[in-house]
Design a protein around this ligand. Structure first.
Ligand SMILES: Cc1cc2nc3c(=O)[nH]c(=O)nc-3n(C[C@H](O)[C@H](O)[C@H](O)COP(=O)(O)OP(=O)(O)OC[C@H]3O[C@@H](n4cnc5c(N)ncnc54)[C@H](O)[C@@H]3O)c2cc1C
Length: 460
């Protein structure tokens, strides 16, 4: 039977672009379909960091001996084994080879950009020159070079499913295109209110504090398209929420070390300098909200710096306190009453912290110094919530070859998925910076190769 293409890739972020390039390299005829007027999706907005173990750039940076085995053990342990081991294993095994492939295509990852991007001591984050946008552009250049057709502003609305269940093409309204295999790489669902409610209750719980930093096209279409073809969904309530004081829509990833966080009981519960990969989860355990406490001296000294321009800056804090969005009081007792926090506990917490700060040693949570005592009135308190949706983790269940799994646990013939559309890779804890972008490319490439192989077999 004549088909329009061997492989159709839906979505032109890094997962879809990697899939298109890889499928073309396997000799497949490929169509790339993008719903927006511009390619790139959230990938274009992304830092483009790539979490990988055992790369040549790590070696050049003096990080030797890292391996897929070590990465796998860390990934599984961090997530208490509550992730799909086969899929995680594949990511770990292919992180370095795929990273080297990307280097070979021309993406530059300087050795100075290798850093500890998550919880742990091994530097596995790799920062590219030109961030995610450059990675998108390099991959798209290779897509063009290989003669892969791309259609923009064409949102896929359905899949063609044969009577035997095989996926055989796509629909865009009344138009159709047929293929031996379809790869869903439509990204996450951060921009889709209904899917947030359905799949990501922690994010929904942040109420109107919630906002999404990714691209408009992240409507969860891959989930809907896959579900309609019989796919199963995995990864309920997973994603990455960053912490915000709620009075700005600018992105700041880290909290400054000069404040402390207390729960509604007035107690500290975390090292406030904990990586962003875990801090949101820690606040979630306290009911999804906490209060940042600091004093006038800290506010006065809070000057803009490369990491903080929007929230934790003297003038901003003053303005927000004037506007009543930050609470301010002459005593900790009065501040606690405003915040409806246990006053006795708050006073005791601050007193203990001040003793530690004077000694230069956080004996409770081991926050690295310098520690700032909270002594000079007025005192400030501001609610913070994990409310900035960075990426979403619910999605289609795939096997380690990116074949989408149906309700009967078998792959749906002709259907593949990669990138943020996939749901059985991430656990409750984000592995670290690069832990989404990296596997998007890893599994995008796997999907392109696997779909091309499927098409080849079907054509024989
Ligand atoms: C600001 C920001 C910074 C980030 N920084 C990092 C980082 O440094 N490291 C990291 O690991 N992660 C990071 N992330 C997350 C990471 O970038 C994303 O998870 C990843 O890029 C998603 O890639 P993707 O290809 O799956 O989806 P996308 O890049 O979102 O691409 C999906 C594409 O599919 C298109 N599409 C959707 N539906 C349809 C449809 N029905 N028909 C046709 N096309 C459709 C979309 O328009 C979009 O272009 C960041 C995210 C953001 C927003």
């Amino acid at each position: 039977m004549a088909r329009d293409y061997d492989v159709i890739v839906v979505g032109a972020g890094v997962a879809g672009l990697a899939a298109a390039v890889a499928a073309a390299d396997e000799g497949a005829s490929v169509l790339l379909v993008e719903g927006q007027k511009q390619i790139g999706g959230s990938s274009r907005l992304s830092g483009g960091h790539f979490y990988a173990a055992g790369t040549s750039v790590q070696e050049a940076a003096g990080v030797s001996g890292d391996s897929a085995d070590a990465m796998f053990e860390h990934y599984m342990t961090l997530n208490q084994w509550l992730v799909d081991p086969a899929v995680v294993r594949r990511y770990c095994d292919l992180s370095a080879p795929t990273f080297e492939w990307l280097l070979g295509l021309g993406v530059r990852f300087p050795k100075e950009g290798v850093y500890v991007s998550g919880v742990g001591s091994t530097p596995r984050g790799h920062q590219p020159e030109g961030a995610g946008e450059e990675v998108v552009n390099v991959l798209d250049g290779h897509r063009c070079h290989r003669g892969v057709d791309a259609v923009l502003d064409a949102r896929v609305t359905g899949l063609i499913v044969e009577s035997d269940g095989r996926v055989a093409g796509i629909r865009i309204g009344d138009d159709t295109a047929t293929a031996a295999a379809v790869i869903l790489a439509t990204g996450g669902f951060g921009a889709n209110e209904e899917m947030i409610e359905r799949f990501y209750p922690q994010a929904a719980g942040a109420g109107d504090w919630r906002w999404y930093i990714g691209a408009e096209g992240a409507q969860g279409d891959g989930i809907a398209l896959g579900e309609a073809a019989g796919a199963t969904i995995a990864g309920h309530d997973r994603g990455l929420l960053l912490v915000t004081p709620g009075f700005s829509r600018d992105l700041e990833v880290l909290l400054p070390g000069w404040l402390i966080l207390v729960n509604v009981e007035g107690r500290r519960f975390a090292n406030e300098s904990a990586p962003y990969t875990v801090l949101g989860g820690l606040i979630q355990r306290e009911g999804g909200r906490a209060f940042a406490i600091f004093d006038e001296a800290a506010r006065r000294e809070a000057k803009p710096n490369p990491f903080s321009q929007a929230y934790w800056v003297d003038e901003v804090l003053e303005r927000q306190a004037e506007a009543g969005r930050i609470m301010r009081a002459e005593t900790l007792d009065a501040l606690a009453r405003q915040m409806k926090v246990n006053a006795r506990a708050l006073t005791g917490t601050v007193s203990r912290y001040n003793t530690d700060a004077a000694a230069g040693d956080d004996t409770a949570f081991f926050k690295p110094g310098p520690l700032s005592s909270i002594v000079e009135p007025p005192f400030y308190g501001v609610e913070v919530r994990p409310a900035i949706v960075c990426w979403t983790g619910t999605g289609l269940r795939i096997d380690a070859d990116t074949r989408v799994l149906g309700g009967d646990e078998r792959p749906i013939a002709g259907l593949y998925a990669a990138g943020e559309t996939v749901g059985n890779l991430h656990g409750d804890r984000y592995i670290g910076g690069g832990g989404s972008f990296g596997p998007c490319i890893v599994f995008g490439k796997v999907a392109g190769e696997a779909a091309a192989g499927f098409a080849r077999a079907l054509n024989e």
